[in-house]
Design a protein around this ligand. Structure first.
Ligand code: DQA
Length: 146
């Protein structure tokens, strides 16, 4: 197993900072990547941060995480969280642990966000802490909890 943690981000997260800041905060995805890289360095880990608006790309990257012996995946699948059986199957198809991450807490929002296909297969869900959700997930991997 390598020291690399894949941090995979789904649709519309490229617009973080501009997109509904009252819900998602003012940090951009690059800000979050920088914060995670610094924290990962302190923890002796490496981050591979990516974003796509395409569902199949997330599936391919999950397969790649397994093929490349990633330590874990932090996955914010954004809206695909609530729709994608393909992502559920991909997480089940790999042995790499996947932590579901959300900036907001979807369970306290519209009812269509209460269902999470990602959460059905993820080893843990960390949500509702803004950008800190990613940091908390990273620290869970570093501590060996995941
Ligand atoms: C999100 C929550 C999802 O419901 C939403 O579709 C997103 C972002 C979050 O990080 O809070 O795009 O995953």
């Amino acid at each position: 197993m390598t020291k690399t943690i894949y941090v995979l981000n789904g649709p519309n997260l490229n617009l973080l900072g501009l997109r509904e800041p009252e819900i998602y905060g003012s940090d951009t995805l690059d800000d979050i990547a920088g914060m995670l890289e610094d924290r990962a360095l302190e923890l002796g880990l490496t981050i591979d941060m990516r974003q796509t608006n395409h569902e199949g790309m997330l599936v391919d990257w999950l397969h790649e995480a397994q093929a490349e012996s990633a330590r874990a995946v932090l996955l914010n699948a954004a809206a695909y969280t609530h729709t994608s059986i393909a992502l559920l199957d991909a997480i089940k198809a790999i042995t790499t642990p996947v932590i579901e991450v959300h900036l907001s807490d979807p369970k306290t929002r519209e009812s269509f966000r209460h269902l999470s296909y990602v959460g059905m297969a993820a080893v843990r869900t960390i949500e509702g802490h803004g950008a800190d959700s990613y940091r908390i997930a990273l620290e869970a991997v570093a501590s060996g909890e995941v």
